[in-house]
Design a binder for this molecule. Structure first.
Ligand SMILES: Nc1ncnc2c1ncn2[C@@H]1O[C@H](COP(=O)(O)OP(=O)(O)OP(=O)(O)O)[C@@H](O)[C@H]1O
Length: 567
């Protein structure tokens, strides 16, 4: 059977449901179903910010901008008609998304939610004051003849939903979409992969606003005349709650959420129960989803995934190289660190550190716990802007550059803690981190070289050791000048650590990158590195070939303490 592009599956399924409804459902219900599609499109937009781990409580404010634009263009009778006006509504809402995204650059979680809620409340007041175009003169939004009936309008709404869903799915499979997921998992790892966290967040808000703007325009065309009543803050809150419960990051979840938002209150109305109970029901559902950490769609997706055949678990094998080679050495400086200092309050974590990593080499960085190794990695990769001293890479000074620019300049790093977004596949993460077009053959080759699991595995299914290898592979696929590996062998068996050490000796020649290897496993450092630097209490206490420096008494003392070293 031919392989169907996964981005087509969910929108394709939604298209089938909509076509079936257009044929089978009576016209009265189709008006309500169109309302459900309007909500579903807004929910798709909420799914975009949700993918990036942000909360937006002002979705209807963006929709209001779209509706206002359509009403204005209709009153002016701008050529192009409703189909074009709706798109213009989306475009008009986009800058508002960027505007609201700006606080998201500094705020997270509840703080960001409060800001978006404030925007929703403020925009409600503004909308009520300025009124929608055409309301005072009782002018309805003009609909073209081919969208005159409710059935025709439902088909249009359905197609708009499918196109929006397809667009969102397609974008979420690009590097930008991977950046949204990466930001949600770890902003630091996103920056370390060379992606601007600000751009990822702003693009998510902009797209979310565009999609909500489309929905607002669609609503204006459906009801003919919108008012401030259609865009109340409580409506935005209800949409957020349903997004959490249904899981609007999934096309099916957005569609299901839209149906809930429209038909549950309608059923309550018919049963002569207050429609407010619908919101209470949604809130209970959202609390349930939050307490379990999964939406309804997440639960279904997880079940579908566990039914798929899982590749052999034993595939993570760092294969030993054909022939063990000597660690590569060199004397042309690549990374030059001079007088690097970092203070955390009273603690001087790094004191005037000088360091040179030569081109084409694997250099070790060792030292006891708390010596300052991770602090040095953070300072080199741009996560500690308060660092003093200078860092140059291949003659370029990196001092003033933020983390993603340093990655762009060719300095990549991995993390001691797990920082790989679990919602991606191995292939999607590698392509995202590589930051360039990588053919499947190159991807597979790099994976098999470093023992990283195959491209179609989900990161969520990998153990700690495999995730480390994935991070190393990702960093190398970016073709950096220097890669700083922070304990890459954590979680690997001893034979695998040794095989990884052998592989690292091949990296300079194979990938054109030098390696700065931070490891507690001294055997691995001996095996992979021509030279090593020892840090203790934030100072360089020794540098040279590993066997030689490890024999020095001051190094033994740093590792083992005075008494043992003197014994
Ligand atoms: N954010 C921070 N705030 C305050 N002190 C910190 C911070 N990060 C590190 N330190 C301190 O700086 C010193 C160096 O820590 P660092 O984590 O760099 O050591 P390390 O050599 O990487 O240790 P390990 O091998 O355990 O990872 C330690 O004294 C640590 O307590």
């Amino acid at each position: 059977m031919p392989r169907v592009d996964r981005s087509l599956v969910q929108p394709g399924g939604a298209l089938l449901v909509i076509v079936a409804a257009a044929v089978l459902v009576p016209e009265y219900w189709l008006f309500l179903a169109t309302s459900a599609l309007v909500s579903a499109i807004v929910l798709l937009g909420l799914g975009v910010v949700g993918r990036a781990g942000m909360n937006s409580l002002c979705a209807l404010s963006f929709a209001a901008v779209g509706a206002w634009t359509v009403a204005r263009l209709s009153v002016w009778d701008v050529p192009g008609g409703l189909l074009l006006w709706v798109v213009a509504g989306g475009v008009a809402a986009t800058p508002f998304g960027v505007l609201i995204g700006l606080p998201a650059l500094r705020l997270r979680g509840i703080h960001l939610a409060v800001v978006t809620l404030g925007f929703a409340a403020a925009s409600e007041v503004v909308i009520a004051a300025v009124n929608f175009p055409g309301v005072d003169t009782f002018e309805q939004v003009g609909r073209p003849g081919f969208l005159a009936t409710d059935r025709q309008y439902f088909v249009y709404a359905g197609l708009l939903f499918v196109v929006a869903a397809f667009g969102v799915e397609l974008l979420s499979r690009t590097r930008m979409g991977a950046a949204w997921r990466a930001v949600r998992f770890s902003e630091r790892a996103t920056a370390a992969a060379g992606t601007s966290v600000a751009r990822a967040k702003l693009s998510a808000f902009a797209l979310s606003a565009f999609v909500a703007g489309l929905a607002g325009g669609l609503l204006a065309g459906q009801v003919g005349m919108v008012t401030a009543q259609n865009f109340q803050t409580i409506g935005s809150l209800a949409l957020f709650v349903v997004a959490v419960m249904a899981g609007s990051e999934y096309v099916g979840g957005a569609l299901f959420g839209g149906l809930l938002m429209t038909f549950v209150p309608e059923i309550f109305r018919r049963l002569e129960i207050s429609q407010d109970w619908a919101n209470i029901l949604f809130a209970v559902g959202a609390v349930q989803a939050l307490s379990q950490g999964t939406s309804i769609s997440d639960g279904i997706a997880r079940r579908v995934r566990t039914r798929r055949p899982v590749p052999e678990p034993g595939e993570r094998k760092v294969a030993a190289g054909e022939a063990r080679r000597e660690p590569p050495s060199g004397d042309v400086p690549l990374l030059k660190v001079e007088g690097l200092g970092i203070r955390f309050g009273q603690i001087a974590a790094l004191k005037d550190v000088d360091l040179v990593v030569p081109e084409g080499t694997v250099m070790g960085l060792i030292g006891p716990n708390g010596a300052g190794k991770s602090t040095l990695t953070d300072a080199l990769s741009g996560f500690l802007p308060s660092a003093t001293g200078s860092v140059t890479l291949a003659g370029e000074t990196l001092n003033e550059r933020p983390a993603h620019r340093r990655a762009g300049a060719g300095l990549r790093r991995t993390f001691q803690q797990d920082r790989v977004p679990t919602s991606l596949t191995v292939g999607a993460y590698l392509r995202f981190a590589a930051g360039r077009r990588v053919e499947r053959a190159e991807l597979d080759e790099a994976c098999s070289f470093l023992g990283c699991p195959t491209a179609d595995r989900y990161v969520a299914d990998l153990d700690v050791g495999s995730r480390r290898l994935l991070e190393v592979t990702a960093a190398l696929l970016a073709r950096p000048k220097l890669v700083v590996l922070d304990e890459p062998a954590a979680g690997l068996a001893r034979a695998e650590s040794m095989a990884l050490a052998d592989r690292l000796t091949e990296v300079p020649e194979r990938y054109g990158a030098s390696v700065l290897l931070i490891e507690h496993d001294l055997d691995m450092v001996r095996r992979a590195c021509a030279t090593a630097v020892v840090l203790d209490f934030g100072e360089v206490i020794a540098a040279g070939p590993p066997a030689e420096i490890l024999a020095r008494p001051e190094v033994a003392r740093a590792y083992l303490g005075d008494e043992v070293a003197l014994a």
